[in-house]
Structures are given as C-alpha cells and as structure tokens.
Design a protein around this ligand. Structure first.
Ligand SMILES: Cc1cc2nc3c(=O)[nH]c(=O)nc-3n(C[C@H](O)[C@H](O)[C@H](O)COP(=O)(O)O)c2cc1C
Length: 206
C-alpha cells in the first residue's frame, strides 16, 4: 500500500512560521507511512489562468508551463497538505493562481460530468489546511477557508482538518506555541493514517 501526499508551501519565506508548521505536518505524514512531495509554489514559473476555456471541451490546459505536470500529479495523489499565510484576507497570490489553474478539474467535473477523480479515490483523499495570520481580528481566515473549500471540492480531496493561528504579529515565533505545532503534526498523522485505512478499504485491487 502506497500513500502519496502533496504538500503545497504557499509562503515565500523558506524558514518562516508557515514553513515550520508545514515541516511538522510533513513529519506527521511520513511517520504515518506516507511519502510526501513538497512543492514550493512561489518558486514555480507559471501563468495565472487566462480563461482560454480549452478545458471546457478538453482534459487539459492550453498553457504549457511549470504548472502543467500538476494536472496529472493531482490525479494520483492520495492526500494534500496546504500551508499558507493569510495575505490581504485570503490565499497568497502565487498559491491562488496555482489553485485557479485547476479549472481543468472544475470543467471535467461540472461541465462535462467526467470527473478526473474516481468515486473510490474520493472516499480516501483528504486535505489538511495549515494557515497563519499576522493580525488579531475576527474573520481573518474566512477568505482562505472559502477558497480552500472550493478547491477541495473541485479536486475531490475533501477537507479533513484545519490548523489555524492568527495574531502572529504578537506571537512572532510559532515554536512558542507548541499546541499549534503539535496540532499540525497530530492532524497530519491522523489524516494520513485514515487515508491509508480508507485506501485499503476502497481501492479496487487489480
Ligand atoms: C502582503 C501581505 C499581506 C498580508 N495580509 C494579512 C492579512 O490580511 N491578515 C493577516 O492576519 N495577516 C496578513 N499578513 C501577515 C502574514 O499573514 C503573517 O506575517 C504571517 O505570519 C507570515 O507568515 P510567513 O512568514 O510564514 O510567510 C500579510 C502579510 C503580507 C506579506
């Protein structure tokens, strides 16, 4: 039984607080028995969606760039971890552009009714969201959550859990909040343990 997780890093800061949380979650996934591929989204060179609408009729995207391989890679992934700081009340721009390119999945699922993910896969695929925000205000994560709920639906990788921490301008170092770093590890470990169990149960064996 193999379990492959894609971990999307949405912060441009390689050793920042988002990065620290993501490392904890990756460790949790690996300890549960999954292999994890980390993707630094801000390091990729790719276009935002240009609304060519090629994907309305076809199972691909007209734009050929560093995003292109992810159309296929997301078809075989068993789970997803997304780590992102709040930027201007939402998902940071590079990650949002990456997410928008999954219009290919939206069109397949909702326009052509030929989803790229099987109904069996949907029973085991799961997503963990990690997000931090600088400000101590209500609704800080509303934008992030709305986009992520839509993304999880579009790629048929339902939301399993969210680990969220605002007020980072005061907290400064996430490692002073072991409750949050422990939650990132624990939720990831639990999610991946569940993915492995569900995959074992629902996967159609050849
Ligand atoms: C361009 C930009 C926009 C931001 N907008 C928000 C915001 O709307 N709400 C908030 O709580 N924090 C906001 N922040 C603060 C970050 O979420 C916060 O500093 C976070 O800890 C950064 O994590 P990182 O260093 O791991 O990337 C913003 C930061 C930047 C750079």
């Amino acid at each position: 039984m193999t379990c492959q997780i894609i971990a999307l890093m949405g912060s441009p800061v390689p050793d920042g607080n988002t990065a620290k949380l993501l490392e904890k979650a990756i460790k949790g996934a690996e300890d549960a028995g999954c292999s994890v591929v980390k993707v630094d989204v801000t390091a990729l060179k790719f276009s935002s969606c240009m609304e060519y609408f090629y994907c309305e009729q076809n199972e691909g995207c007209m734009i050929n760039d560093e995003f292109s391989p992810f159309i296929k890679r997301f078809k075989t992934a068993d789970g997803l971890i997304v780590a992102a700081p709040v930027m201007t009340m939402g998902i940071p721009g590079a990650l949002k552009s990456f997410i928008d390119r999954f219009q290919v999945y939206f069109m397949a699922k909702y326009m052509r009714h030929q989803p790229l993910i099987t109904k069996e896969q949907k029973k085991w695929r799961k997503t963990l969201l990690l997000s931090i925000g600088g400000m101590n205000i209500p609704n800080d994560f509303d934008g992030v959550k709305l986009t992520m709920e839509a993304f999880c639906d579009i790629i048929d990788c339902p939301m399993y859990a969210q680990v969220l921490q605002n007020d980072m301008d005061n907290i400064k170092d996430i490692e002073t909040r072991p409750d949050i770093t422990d939650a990132a590890y624990k939720k990831s470990f639990e999610m991946c343990t569940q993915i492995i169990a569900d995959k074992d149960k629902y996967e159609i064996k050849a």
